[in-house]
Design a binder for this molecule. Sequence first.
Ligand code: PRT
Ligand code: ZN
Length: 299
Amino acid sequence: MINKERLRIALQKSGRLSGDSFELLARCGIKIRSPKDKLFVHAENFPLDLLLVRDDDIPGLVMDGICDLGIVGTNVLEEAALERARNGQPGEYRPVQELDFGACRLALAVPEDFDYAGAASLNGRRIATSYPNLLRRYLARQGIAARVVALSGSVEIAPRMGIAEAICDLVSTGATLEANQLRAVETVFKSRAQLIGGTAPLAEPKRHAAEILLRRMEGVRAANESKYIMLHAPKAALADIAALIPGAENPTLLPLAGDQEKVAFHAVCAEAVFWETMEKLKALGASSILVLPIEKMML
Ligand code: PRT
Ligand code: ZN
């Protein structure tokens, strides 16, 4: 049953965000044994309960104080906040952390044979979307008078059905648009998954649990964004090598047995290390270059 001493987080039950959301909690050391087909799941080793719902319900659960935290796409979040504002409902939340998954954009798209010459071409047209509030806000800002046709799904078929001349839908790879002979013409909103919290302060012991969880999530993000790089560097090129590796101002240098000219150079790199960087390192005389993922990080 619902326990007021445990943190409550709303996650998408199944869909594009659920796998990454569960993986994030797993990487924070949180064990969840119960099957995912339940609505309410307890973490075994942390004072945390999961409410597994449709992503559309997550903003409201946090804004109404039913859940302390939630993971949701900013597209759904902003749409819900605008809808609530329209209806005079409370729509406040606290953005806690941007997450590195769920990236997509809400884009305007038109049929390939549409004679498109800028957003003004949409004046007087009908645009089908599942995000009427985000679209209306965009149209108002751009000074475009178009009619918004709200659909709950299958927006991409609206032009073929004669329901609308254009659509406004989420795009990630663009394959769905292409398959429907549509092309994206404007970006209305850029989205990614976000961890959000309510605006009311948490009472102990929840506050403490939230602090630990957020610190671990921060550690997961820092680890995701960083790599551990090891290489053998000629002593004469150390400064040039360090300059190629972001965040490696203070590398660890170790002597190499039997080699007076080179040292072992170890550093945490603040970004991904691309092949181009490795090729430049090699050109500076570096050898045995290894780039390793970092699992956890606490600074
Ligand atoms: O059942 P529930 O309501 O929880 O799920 P849902 O069907 O509403 O959402 P779901 O699981 O599809 O998406 C959840 C969230 O993932 C979205 O709100 C976005 O924040 C994010 N996301 C990221 C996406 C996409 N990428 C995406 N590509 N959501 C939807 N799509 C759709 C897009 O609309 C298109 O129809 O996927 C289709 C394929 O996209 P392309 O461009 O890769 O072909
Ligand atoms: Zn949904």
